[in-house]
Design a protein around this ligand. Structure first.
Ligand code: ZN
Length: 120
């Protein structure tokens, strides 16, 4: 059950990221879009990082604070991307229970948390 609970929690986190609309179908396409969006932001960070680093290092100076901040920022985005990828891997098409908000498999007839009928 622990693994299952974990998967449900992961899916819930994804709902928080992608959408909170009750009954809306969350599909892999939306998650893939989110992942692509995070990746493109990281790419821009890399560019910024490269420019700052180059300007600094060519004058023989130490690693600037700004660079350390961007690296921390990139790490955060990478972690988010990994989370989204994990969720994508464990996600079939899901719906949000209209009563309790729990993530439910699209094919489910009843919520496995509160027992509400699900018929989207
Ligand atoms: Zn429910």
């Amino acid at each position: 059950m622990e693994f299952f609970d974990d998967a449900v929690n992961k899916t819930k986190e994804v709902f928080d990221v992608v959408s909170k609309k009750t009954g809306e179908v969350i599909n892999a396409g939306k998650l893939k879009y989110e992942i692509a969006s995070v990746r493109s932001k990281v790419k821009k960070d890399y560019e910024k990082l490269g420019e700052i680093y180059y300007n600094q290092i060519k004058d023989g100076e130490d690693i600037p604070e700004e660079v350390k901040e961007i690296i921390a920022d990139i790490k955060e985005k990478k972690d988010k991307e990994a989370e989204l990828n994990t969720a994508l891997g464990s996600l079939k098409d899901c719906v949000v229970c209209p009563k309790c908000g729990a993530a439910q498999d699209k094919s489910a007839n009843f919520c496995n948390v509160c027992g509400e009928k699900i018929d989207f």
